[in-house]
Design a protein around this ligand. Structure first.
Ligand SMILES: [Zn+2]
Length: 251
């Protein structure tokens, strides 16, 4: 199995390079004992980057997926690089940080927007999808267009008055007794999830989630909201990051 090291605490999402041990080498892929590469899931796309033996030519990580309890890092590399990798070897993983940080900004922005839509309209988010520099939220009903400027102002306010984003691991039994019934999302929590990883944006949102998030809403940056369009089951509302790349604030 692969330890999902990026889940541990809020700072783990900011790790850009790490050492790990190779535990299996299925054709075209590398399995590690631990990883900071995010595997596609929950509407968040996979990370990319490189895996290399120390001081050696790197294999390019082109896709990352979960396969049972293991994370498969699909790699593209020369035959010589592939031959040099062996089970038990220590390797260095390096994330494509620009891509990952964009996903963290989109993902945290999505939590915030879902929460603000719920607060203003009682509409919950059925599903969310991040891609490139934008995110789409599928709502459980129709969103009145006059709410849009209010939502845009909410997002701007969370940038000028940043809110901390925190993380707790809550026992499932405690979660199911449910002090957090007022959720903005409708995605059901799989029955085997225990403990529940609870992501909270101060005074805004509480949400069980296994994705990667920012430390503060101030890092989301300016966003542009797109008008709602009808899809099956309700409206789809989206937003785009105004700054496609944004330097990470210093530690
Ligand atoms: Zn999340």
């Amino acid at each position: 199995m692969t330890e999902l090291a990026f889940l541990v605490d809020p700072t783990a999402a900011y790790i850009r390079s790490f050492r790990a041990r190779v535990t299996a080498l299925p054709p075209g892929a590398v399995v590690l004992d631990r990883t900071y590469f995010y595997p596609t899931g929950g509407g968040q796309p996979n990370d990319r980057g490189t895996i290399a033996l120390p001081g050696q030519e790197a294999a390019e990580v082109v896709d990352v997926t979960k396969s049972g309890a293991a994370v498969m890092h699909r790699v593209r590399a020369s035959p010589a690089v592939l031959r040099s990798l062996s089970v038990g070897a220590e390797v260095e993983g390096v994330l494509d940080w620009e891509r990952r940080y964009r996903h963290m900004r989109l993902h945290t922005g999505q939590h915030l927007l879902s929460a603000r839509i719920f607060a203003r309209t009682r509409l919950r988010t059925r599903k969310a999808q991040l891609a490139g520099t934008g995110a789409n939220l599928d709502l459980e009903g129709r969103l009145s267009p006059e709410v849009l400027p209010l939502l845009a102002a909410d997002l701007e306010e969370a940038l000028t008055h940043p809110r901390p984003v925190t993380l707790r691991h809550v026992p499932r039994a405690e979660w199911d007794r449910n002090p957090y019934a007022e959720r903005s999302g409708l995605v059901p929590l799989p029955p085997q999830v225990d403990p529940v990883r609870v992501v909270e944006i101060e005074a805004s949102d509480v949400c069980p989630c296994g994705g990667t998030h920012l430390r503060s809403t101030g890092e989301i940056g300016h966003v542009r909201l797109r008008p709602p369009v009808p899809v099956v089951g309700g409206d789809r509302v989206g937003f785009t990051l105004e700054e496609a790349s944004r330097p990470t604030p210093s530690e």
